[in-house]
Design a protein around this ligand. Structure first.
Ligand SMILES: [Zn+2]
Length: 187
C-alpha cells in the first residue's frame, strides 16, 4: 500500500468528471487500498479517486462516530438510485478544501448502488452522516465540491484563502531550501 497526495482546490483536476470503471481488477483493488490508507492518514471519513488525481469512479468511506460505525466501505461506480424528499443539513468539510467548513443541505436518506471490492453489485440504504458522506464523495466523481453547494460569495472567499495559503507555502519552501542546504554543509 502507498500513501497518495491529496489534491486541494482550486486544482483543475478536481473539477473534471471521472470515468466508470470497466471491471474491479487487481489494479482497482490496489487503488482502493491506497485510497483507504491515504484517507486514514489524513485523517478523513471519505475519499474519492479524483482527489488523488485518478479520474475513476471509485470512492472509499469509513465512518466511526458514536451513532454510525460503518467500517471500511469500498464503492466502485457508485450511483444514487433513491433519494428522500426530506433534506438534512450537516456541516461539511473536505480533505481537498482544508480547514474550511460549511452547512450543506442534501437528501436525508439515499440508496447507493455500487460494485464492492470483489466486483459484486450491492445496494446500501444510507442515512445520517453516511448519507451525506456518500453524496459528497459521489459529487467528487462529477467534479463537484461541497463549496459548489454554498453561495458564490462564500465559495470565492474560501478559494481565495486556499490560493493565498498555497502561495505562502510555496514561498516558504523556496525560502527554506537554501537555509536547509546551509545547515547540512559542515562549516
Ligand atoms: Zn471531499
Amino acid at each position: 500500500m502507498a500513501l497518495k497526495t491529496i489534491l486541494t482546490a482550486p486544482d483543475p483536476r478536481l473539477k473534471k468528471k471521472s470515468l466508470p470503471v470497466a471491471a474491479v481488477t487487481d489494479e482497482v483493488r490496489q487503488l482502493l487500498d491506497d485510497m483507504l490508507e491515504t484517507m486514514y492518514a489524513a485523517p478523513g471519513i471519505g475519499l474519492a479517486a479524483p482527489q488523488v488525481g485518478e479520474l475513476k469512479r471509485v470512492i472509499v468511506l469509513d465512518i466511526d462516530r458514536e451513532d454510525t460505525k460503518t467500517g471500511p466501505l469500498f464503492m466502485v461506480n457508485p450511483e444514487i438510485v433513491e433519494a428522500s424528499d426530506e433534506d438534512a443539513t450537516y456541516e461539511e468539510g473536505c480533505l481537498s478544501v482544508p480547514e474550511h467548513y460549511s452547512d450543506v443541505a442534501r437528501p436525508a436518506r439515499v440508496t447507493v448502488r455500487y460494485l464492492d471490492r470483489d466486483g459484486v453489485q450491492r445496494d446500501l440504504a444510507c442515512e445520517g452522516l453516511l448519507a451525506t458522506c456518500v453524496q459528497h464523495e459521489i459529487d467528487h466523481l462529477d467534479g463537484v465540491l461541497f463549496i459548489d453547494h454554498i453561495s458564490s460569495l462564500k465559495r470565492n472567499m474560501i478559494l481565495r484563502k486556499l490560493l493565498k495559503a498555497r502561495k505562502e507555502a510555496e514561498r516558504d519552501d523556496a525560502d527554506g531550501k537554501p537555509a536547509k542546504v546551509k545547515e547540512v554543509v559542515p562549516a
